[in-house]
Design a protein around this ligand. Sequence first.
Ligand code: ZN
Length: 240
Amino acid sequence: MRYAIISDIHSNLEALEAVLEDAQRQNIDSFICLGDIVGYGANPNECIQQVQQLTEQVVVGNHDHAAVGLTDISYFNVHAKRAVEWTAKVLSPENSDYLSKLPFTIQAGNLFFVHATPADPPAWNYLMTPRMALVEFEVFEGLCCFIGHSHQPIIFCQKSGSHPRLVEAMVCSQDEKYIVNVGSVGQPRDGDPRCCYAIFDNHECHLQLRRVNYDVQAAQRKILQAGLPPVLAIRLAHGE
Ligand code: ZN
C-alpha cells in the first residue's frame, strides 16, 4: 500500500492543489490527512472540501479545534489568534460541524496517525528532540507513528532497548520503530518555502519526504485581500 500523508494545510489552497497534482503521478492507494486543515490562510472552506473529497482518514489539529471553539487559544500568538477568529467567522456551518467531529487518532494496520503527539493528543505538545520522543515511542502500537504540528519534517527512530535518535531514512528492521513528522503542506517552517508531504510504501518500507513548488504569490495575495495579518503572507515566501 502506498500512502500519501499530508498535514498542516492551513487554508492554503494553492499549496494543497500543487501537492495533490504531484501525488496524482505517484500511484497513491490511500491519502491520510494529519490535521490543521485551516488557520492562517484564506481558503478554509475550499481546503476542507478538497480534503473531504480526497479521504475519510483525517485526524484533527489544534487550529481545526480552535476554529470551532474546542480548544483554548490563550497560548496562540496574536497573529494566530486573529486567523482563528477570521476562520471561525467564514467557516460554513457544515464545515464547522465536520471539523468538530474529526478524531484525534487513527490506527491503520501497523501505522498510527496523530496531529501532535501520541502520548497526549489533545495537549498539542511539540515533539522536537530525540529525548522528548522517548515517552512517545512507548505509547503507540506498530511500526510507525506519523505526526505533523511543528511543520518541520523529521524522522525519529528507536531500536528496542536504546534511546531514540534522528535518522535520514527508514529501514524498518524488526526491532525498530519510527516517528515521522511529514512537514507542512501550506506553511513550511524549515526555511524551504516549498510544500512538504510524505509518501510511505509499507511493503517496501520506503519513505519519501517530497517538496513541491506552488504559487506562493497567489496565496499571499489572498491573505492580504482577506484582511489577515500581513506577516502570515510574508512568512510563506521564506518558509518560516
Ligand atoms: Zn499547523
